[in-house]
Design a protein around this ligand. Structure first.
Ligand SMILES: Nc1nc2c(ncn2[C@@H]2O[C@H](COP(=O)(O)OP(=O)(O)OP(=O)(O)O)[C@@H](O)[C@H]2O)c(=O)[nH]1
Ligand SMILES: [Zn+2]
Length: 218
């Protein structure tokens, strides 16, 4: 995989919060007017009864689908627990379902992430791994960057012995339009520390997520 894509730092992700490039956020009314324009572009009549409240609903839905810009994944990982009695084996959260949107078409990316780390002295509340996945998923993404951001953030904040992230997802822009490849999924992975350096650690992770397709992708 292209190393440039895999490199975005936690710092870059932080800058993205709120407004990606310092662009001022439009008002809610402007967002709703834009939806009315798209409805007309699609060929429908925004003034018909069934569509009257649609701009409002779409703006509300965007607040959920793109809520990741308003949260800081670094903060989510800051609370850790160190009374682990020396637990230093793999911690894995498997099958974290997520919905993201591709930055090229704004079409849904629906998939699941598997996130593991090898703790060094401290562990994090397990729900926080899923929160980090969702924080980055609820932004406009490409799957490679989503994968890298999750792994990089956990690595930077927890400073564990290793981090592994595998994501499998279907891209609406491929399955419902364009090339129309129904049932195709994209697999990406990011291995850091011991997972990158040590083949048996990596294999253990891949066995635990129970997906041989993932190992083929590495
Ligand atoms: N690498 C990568 N590509 C993606 C992702 N999501 C969507 N794409 C691709 O982004 C590309 C955008 O290509 P373009 O040629 O600019 O757009 P397009 O004319 O709509 O392309 P088609 O989808 O082939 O019809 C397409 O090949 C998509 O399949 C992603 O997460 N990662
Ligand atoms: Zn797309």
């Amino acid at each position: 995989m292209n190393e440039n894509i895999m490199k975005p730092s936690v710092e870059a992700s932080r800058l993205a919060l709120g407004s990606v490039s310092g662009v001022e956020r439009p008002s809610r009314e402007e967002a709703e007017a834009a939806v009315r324009t798209l409805l007309r572009w699609a060929g429908d009549d925004p003034a018909r009864e069934g569509l009257l409240d649609t701009p409002k609903r779409v703006a509300k839905a965007y607040e959920e689908w793109f809520g990741g810009y308003a949260v800081d994944p670094v903060e989510m990982l800051k609370r850790t627990f160190d009374e682990t009695d020396g637990y230093d084996e793999m911690v894995l959260l498997r099958d974290i379902r997520f919905v993201s949107h591709c930055e090229h078409h704004m079409a849904p990316i629906v998939g699941r992430a598997h996130v593991a780390y090898l703790p060094l002295n401290r562990v994090v509340g397990i729900s926080k791994l899923a929160r980090v996945v969702n924080a980055y998923a609820r932004r406009l993404q490409i799957q490679e960057r989503l994968t890298a951001q999750i792994a990089n953030t956990i690595n930077d904040v927890l400073e564990p012995k290793g981090v592994a992230v595998v994501i499998e997802a279907e891209h609406g822009c491929m399955t419902s339009r364009g090339v129309n490849t129904h049932g195709t999924s994209m697999v990406t992975s990011r291995m850091l520390g011991a997972f990158r350096a040590n083949a048996s650690t990596r294999r253990e992770f891949l066995t635990m997520i129970g997906n041989p397709q993932s190992s083929a992708a590495l």
